[in-house]
Design a protein around this ligand. Structure first.
Ligand SMILES: *Cc1c(COP(=O)(O)O)cnc(C)c1O
Length: 231
């Protein structure tokens, strides 16, 4: 299967899940998670109409940017971002999806202010309260959103989550529903319902995420094929 065929299949599944839940398929964005895939693969995805590409390693992103891998589609940063790498990301991506600490918010604000730009972000929620994962715990999300709102060079566009990898389907959907409820809550209370992006769902669960309200899914292997970590 080619990347274009894979995108078409994923889009068809997305549309079906959207219609099942009475939603318009056009309201849900498909982000191609292109880590470990080369510039040619990224370009194929752009040519096939992917809505955005998402990278999660700074070095790989910078290298592929230099090769114009993403031309024609917005670029998102979706991985764990270390503070000392913020300078390489701010202003170079349309959206940083993975802002999961107040320290990271501070650093993004600092760099964006120095560059006189506004950086759009999503707040990441650590819904499974996993120690190894970054992201705000649910009970800290409102305070994080307030802190972000107070920063003049950051634009909060929504929230993002990755549920624990070992959750079964039912637990996974419960996590999605919890995050959807958080999204609606802060959207109503703090953002005058102007937030647009609830980013959740990957290759194995994007249809379920859409059934639970996702407006953005991040799909890697179902588009680009399995990643080969040891080659
Ligand atoms: C790799 C990655 C994805 C996509 O994973 P697949 O299971 O290959 O679809 C989604 N989100 C993030 C943050 C990722 O790093």
């Amino acid at each position: 299967m080619s990347i274009a065929e894979n995108i078409a299949r994923v889009r068809a599944n997305m549309a079906e899940a959207a219609r099942e839940s009475g939603r318009n398929p056009d309201d849900i964005l498909l982000v191609g998670a292109s880590k470990m895939n080369d510039t040619a693969a990224c370009r194929e995805a752009v040519a096939a109409g992917i809505d955005a590409l998402g990278e999660n390693r700074v070095q790989e992103m910078v290298q592929k940017l230099a090769e114009n891998a993403y031309e024609g589609a917005p670029l998102h940063f979706i991985g764990h971002l270390q503070r000392n790498k913020v300078k390489q990301v701010v202003g170079r991506v349309a959206l940083i999806q993975s802002v999961g600490s107040l320290e990271l918010l501070e650093e993004i604000e600092k760099v964006a202010a120095a560059r006189e730009l506004t950086q759009d972000i999503l707040l990441e929620v650590n819904i499974g309260r996993e120690e190894a994962k970054s992201g705000f715990f649910s009970e800290n999300l409102t305070a994080a959103a307030e802190a972000a709102l107070a920063k003049s060079h950051i634009g909060v566009r929504g929230i993002m989550t990755i549920p624990p990898a070992d959750a079964d389907r039912e637990e996974n959907m419960r996590y999605f529903q919890e995050v959807q409820a958080l999204y609606v809550d802060i959207n109503t209370k703090l953002f005058h319902n102007k937030l647009e992006y609830l980013s959740m769902g990957m290759s194995g669960d994007y249809a379920d995420a859409i059934r639970c309200g996702a407006t953005m899914v991040r799909v890697g292997s179902a588009i680009f094929g399995a990643r080969h970590y040891h080659e």
